[in-house]
Design a protein around this ligand. Structure first.
Ligand SMILES: *[C@@H]1O[C@H](CO)[C@@H](O)[C@H](O)[C@H]1NC(C)=O
Length: 287
């Protein structure tokens, strides 16, 4: 009898493994020195998670149950205030709901996004941290207890709001609060990978996307950055941390670009290309 039970458990386990029936837990942690208001948006046709938005004081974390086959995105809203009528508005990542919960709208760019497709092709979870819509705070996804694929940390630990190139910088008062992607800032098809540039072959990294890629090699820096930025994992839970301790990413610094460790980069990008990109950026900034 016991053997039968063990067999049933094993069969269930493998069925779940292969048919992706397992649900997952997301733990969202705020290690920033400031309050973060996470927002959650399910992809079209996918039921919303509960809650769709909440608040995390510095040091707080919260866990949410995520059904199998969920897909969608999470981000952090920052510098939120409540007016006298109770409406919430945020200087970065606002979703336009005027409430703690986002109601079916995404983040207004620029915002760092954590993107997930659970139990996708081959039963694998696909996840990434994207800077394609710009950057507003550091964010990492760390899988827990998963197997298969390339189940490792993805994201961006560096604080770029101070270092962001001037023409991309979002400034409030005298402080940088977010950093636009070149697509957001200039709307150029070459940066947005749109129009004539809407294929991976036609849309190449720009000096701007290289700026993001060098500071942390495991985040999406432009639309076709899939190869080095999408990660896969099976049967994992995920910890999503705002302002993780910058151990896996190198804090970028425009005053000392040689300190950036390019050896951590992967793919066809050569050190020379990155050095070239920095030289170009430096020339643009200094002119
Ligand atoms: C991870 O694996 C997927 C295929 O499962 C691949 O498309 C992607 O390029 C890999 N990511 C990295 C960062 O190597």
């Amino acid at each position: 009898m016991a053997t039968l039970q063990v067999s049933i458990v094993l069969v269930m386990f493998f069925l779940q493994l292969f048919y992706g029936a397992r649900s997952s837990t997301f733990t969202i942690a705020n290690k920033c020195s400031y309050t973060v208001w996470p927002g959650v948006l399910s992809s079209a046709g996918i039921p919303p998670l509960s809650p769709k938005g909440f608040v995390l004081q510095p040091g707080e974390s919260t866990s949410i149950g995520v059904p199998a086959s969920w897909s969608g995105r999470l981000w952090g809203r920052t510098l939120c205030t409540k007016d006298s009528s109770g409406k919430i508005s945020c200087l970065t990542g606002d979703c336009g709901s005027s409430k703690l919960e986002c109601s079916g709208a995404g983040a207004i760019p620029p915002a760092t996004l954590a993107e997930f497709t659970l139990n996708g092709a081959g039963g694998l979870d696909f996840y990434d941290v994207s800077l394609v819509d710009g950057y507003n705070l550091p964010m990492m996804i760390v899988p827990q207890g998963g197997t298969g694929g390339n189940c490792s940390s993805a994201g961006y630990a560096a604080d770029l709001n101070g270092d962001c190139p001037l023409e991309l910088k979002v400034v409030v008062g005298s402080q940088g609060v977010a950093c636009n992607s070149a697509c957001n800032a200039f709307g150029d098809a070459r940066y947005c990978c749109s129009g004539a540039y809407s294929t991976p072959n036609a849309c190449k990294p720009s000096s701007y996307s290289e700026y993001f890629k060098v500071a942390c090699p495991t985040a999406y820096s432009y639309a076709y950055d899939d190869g080095t930025s999408t990660f896969t994992c099976a049967g994992a839970d995920y910890v999503i941390t705002f302002c993780p301790t910058p151990s896996t990413c190198i804090k970028s610094s425009n005053s000392n670009p040689v300190a950036v460790d390019v050896s951590a980069g992967s793919g066809p990008t050569s050190s020379a290309l990155i050095a070239g990109a920095f030289t170009t950026l430096a020339a643009v900034w200094l002119s």
